[in-house]
Design a protein around this ligand. Structure first.
Ligand code: FES
Length: 176
């Protein structure tokens, strides 16, 4: 047996031995009577800051408004599309907001009213604003991050969360 094959083989044995020990430990932990069960570790939870973006009265169809969410380093756009769409908010269900950083390499996207896409000048990815930022062509491998919106009784529009990872980040909300 060559040297590298022996190393792989011993690594494999160590892996399975550790797995068996962990499984045995888990079985013991759940089998002991009178021992309180350990609490599950908390799930990772991102708490998004709600942010007021605009009022519905200030928006016009196909007139994009430049925004930033969840912080000033994350540029985006708020759009009134003029007809109800997937994920659309507001009285007409036509308000959507997206990151304008291309998920491929972070080029700034621009709005194309003719085909209702956010398009990338870098490598020509395009994202459908009427279908929740779905990628319809190009080199990106992720749909566009959409900012979820809430509209209050007075028509104020708030961004409240993000549905995909914003380009260049390991988490959308940074710890302060
Ligand atoms: S940066 Fe947008 S497609 Fe490459």
């Amino acid at each position: 047996m060559r040297h590298c094959e022996r190393l792989v083989d011993s690594g494999r044995r160590a892996f399975f031995a550790r797995g068996a020990a962990v499984a045995a430990g888990a079985a013991v932990a759940t089998a002991l009577p009178g021992v309180p069960a350990r609490a599950e570790p908390p799930l990772a939870l991102l708490v998004y800051p709600p942010k007021r973006l605009a009022n519905v009265k200030s928006l016009q169809v196909d007139a994009p408004l430049v925004i930033a969410y969840p912080d000033d380093d994350s540029p985006g756009v708020l759009l009134k599309l003029g007809r109800p769409v997937e994920g659309g908010a507001g009285p007409d269900g036509d308000l959507v907001a997206f990151s304008t950083l291309c998920p491929h390499k972070g080029f700034p996207l621009f709005w194309r009213a003719d085909d209702r896409t956010l398009s990338c000048p870098g490598h020509y990815s395009r994202f459908d604003a009427e279908r929740a930022g779905q990628q319809i062509m190009g080199q990106a491998t992720q749909n566009l991050a959409q900012f979820r919106l809430r509209v209050d009784a007075g028509g104020d529009i708030y961004a409240v969360s993000v549905d995909e990872l914003i380009y260049g980040r390991l988490a959308n909300v940074r710890e302060s």
